[in-house]
Design a protein around this ligand. Structure first.
Ligand SMILES: *Cc1c(COP(=O)(O)O)cnc(C)c1O
Length: 345
């Protein structure tokens, strides 16, 4: 049957997610998970969803309860919210909805590598445009003619942001991937609240809400567009447990703010300490920091850390070069990282 595969599937490489070691002894700073557990209310909500009729029946395909909760907390129209099995599911739905086979997807680079995979799956062309040296968008961005433009904001791996005043100038179909926006000073939800029609904002529960294992994300756009996007998703793309967990998590804003401020404090400490160890550290608006250096090869540092049971992400981008992307862990984890780095360097 292999010969019957669509040529674009046979020809593509496939996305490689970060390593997920299963033994618990590794200090895991490679995929930007939250170092703190989810809100206690999440466990209560999941437990409640497990009792009674919870598992026997199909989930609510619209995620009504979650949409109302998110609408209240974020001051959004619930009809402008699309639920997803992780924000990657949302990105897939958007690609299927907007990009025809042979169509064009555009993204700045270096950025989230999944965008290329999505273009490959769709049989679409993928065009990248390099960020300027200071991680601003180059002149002439976005190019015209794209069926969809992906902008990770904050960006991965840099942790930098493009200003909302810049984003609001664009008039191409634009997805602002805000997987990390909860750690940033600003976000694009205001554009949607003000009725901007060419922008879809995507959010993830994997990082700021500590629910990477449950797989939940959502998109925010004008309600008339979201109405069409519901036709593209799987009917039951979110299960009862993830819907219950996500609603409970977003309703507990006190807990959310407490863990976020701990992460932001650790991030500031990390940036300073890594700078003192000779890394060029990009000021981050996310829950990771991007570190480069010219005087030492970075791959061996990554490997040395791994030997010492500390996992960070080594990234090497064509036309740009390499760096280490290090997630903000607990203070104890970062102390260990810094001590091992001192020993290695
Ligand atoms: C983590 C991440 C996502 C995916 O988040 P999930 O909700 O876990 O699918 C999307 N975009 C970027 C830039 C990310 O880093």
């Amino acid at each position: 049957m292999i010969e019957s595969l669509r040529p674009c599937i046979r020809g593509m490489a496939g996305y490689t997610p970060g390593e997920q070691p299963r033994e618990g002894t590794v200090v895991k700073l490679n995929t930007n998970e939250n170092p703190y557990p989810p809100s206690p209310r999440v466990f209560e909500a999941v437990r409640a969803a497990l009792t009674g009729e919870g598992l026997r029946k199909y989930p609510d395909p619209l995620g009504t309860h979650f949409r109302r909760a998110a609408g209240r907390v974020l001051n959004l129209d619930p009809d402008g919210i699309l639920i997803g099995n992780g924000s990657d599911d949302i990105l897939t739905i958007l690609t299927r909805a907007f990009v025809p086979e042979g169509g064009l997807i555009v993204s700045p680079t270096p950025s989230y590598l999944l965008y290329r995979t999505l273009a490959n799956l769709q049989g679409a062309r993928f065009q990248t445009i390099p960020f300027a040296g200071d991680w601003t968008l180059p002149k002439g961005w976005p190019p015209t003619g794209a069926h969809l433009t992906f902008l990770a904001n904050p960006n991965s791996p840099s942790g930098t942001t493009v200003s909302i005043s810049t984003i609001q100038e664009f008039n191409t179909p634009l997805v602002v991937d805000e997987a990390y926006a909860d750690f940033a000073e600003d976000n694009a939800l205001g554009l949607v609240r003000r009725g901007t029609k060419n922008v879809v904002v995507t959010r993830s529960f994997s990082k700021s809400y500590a629910l990477a294992g449950i797989r939940f994300g959502f998109a925010v756009a004008e309600p008339a567009l979201v109405h069409h996007l519901y036709k593209v998703k799987d009917s039951y793309n979110c299960d009862v447990l993830s819907l219950a967990a996500a609603a409970a998590a977003i309703e507990d804003q006190d807990y959310f703010r407490a863990t976020r401020s701990r992460i932001l404090a650790t991030r500031a400490r990390m940036e300073k300490a890594l700078g003192e160890l000779g890394f060029n550290v990009c000021p981050s608006q996310a829950n990771f920091v991007w570190c480069r250096r010219e005087d030492r090869a970075l791959k061996p540092i990554y490997e040395e850390l791994k030997q010492r049971s500390i996992l960070v992400r080594y990234m090497n981008y064509e036309g740009y070069g390499d760096g280490l992307r290090i997630s903000v862990g607990t203070d104890e984890e970062i102390d260990r990282l810094l001590a091992e780095l001192k020993a290695i360097l």
